[in-house]
Design a protein. Structure first.
Length: 249
């Protein structure tokens, strides 16, 4: 069955400061692993947000707009960019992957933010990784748009010392196509475009842009694009305990 399905815009926001709205889509205690939380963040022009939870690794996906990573004078990253920030073993405990994201550009910015609690920090030379969806060669063209693009892949994230975040993908589906039932690791899905239907062991939900779905490890599910004209696209993030994998468990 589907563990959780919410529409981001229907979640009551928390205004932490002027121009910043945070909508919590998934809390740590509601995830199977107990370490995963997900938020939808809106930044109005001129605003910024600081992330400083101890012993936490982060992944941000820029849904809309442009950000300044590090503040207004930081690195400019446009929409459809995924960013991984490890919790590195630098300074003194508690180890904090502190970073600032500022709104840039002419309109509001929207982020999908994943925060994973870690049991130990990554090695000290681990670094941030960011990549835009359209910087990656995509084997599916405009005529055959069903396919999957790994924006941040497993090898890269493991090499950077990720504790839980396994990979970040963007899945595209043409009108009327269905991803056959499959199961996998703990994962989240955030829909970017079109309308669809997700079936998990006979439990079906209608989805649309802004739909967030959380699926525990081992749940069988399939995804269908139900729109008559438009391709469906959504962000998928998978999570595994990399330490257990290294030990062969």
């Amino acid at each position: 069955m589907i563990k959780m399905h919410v529409i981001a815009t229907e979640v009551n926001p928390i205004n932490t400061k002027q121009g910043v709205e945070i909508r919590t889509l998934l809390k740590h205690e509601n995830s199977q692993s107990g370490v995963l939380s997900v938020s939808h963040i809106t930044l109005q022009p001129g605003s910024e947000i600081v992330f400083n939870d101890p012993m936490t690794e982060y992944m941000h996906y820029v849904i809309q707009g442009c950000i300044g990573f590090g503040g207004l004078s930081g690195d400019l990253l446009p929409s459809n960019t995924a960013i991984f920030i490890p919790c590195t073993k630098t300074g003194t405990e508690p180890y904090i992957a502190k970073h600032t994201i500022a709104q840039t550009g002419e309109a509001e910015t929207r982020l999908l933010t994943v925060a994973c609690k870690v049991s130990k920090p990554a090695f000290s030379w681990s670094r941030r990784l960011d990549r835009n969806l359209y910087h990656i060669p995509q084997y599916h063209s405009g005529k055959q748009i069903t396919g999957q693009t790994k924006v941040l892949n497993e090898q890269e994230l493991i090499g950077l010392g990720a504790s839980r975040i396994h990979c970040v993908k963007v899945q595209s589906q043409a009108t009327g196509t269905e991803i056959p039932p499959y199961c996998g690791p703990e994962r989240i899905m955030y829909q970017l475009s079109s309308t669809g239907e997700l079936d998990s062991d006979g439990d079906k939900v209608r989805t649309r842009p802004g739909s967030f779905i959380y699926t525990p490890e081992g749940e069988m599910h399939s995804v269908n694009n139900t729109h008559e004209k438009f391709p469906m696209q959504y962000v998928l993030v998978e999570f595994v305990d990399h330490e257990q994998v290294r030990r062969g468990e």
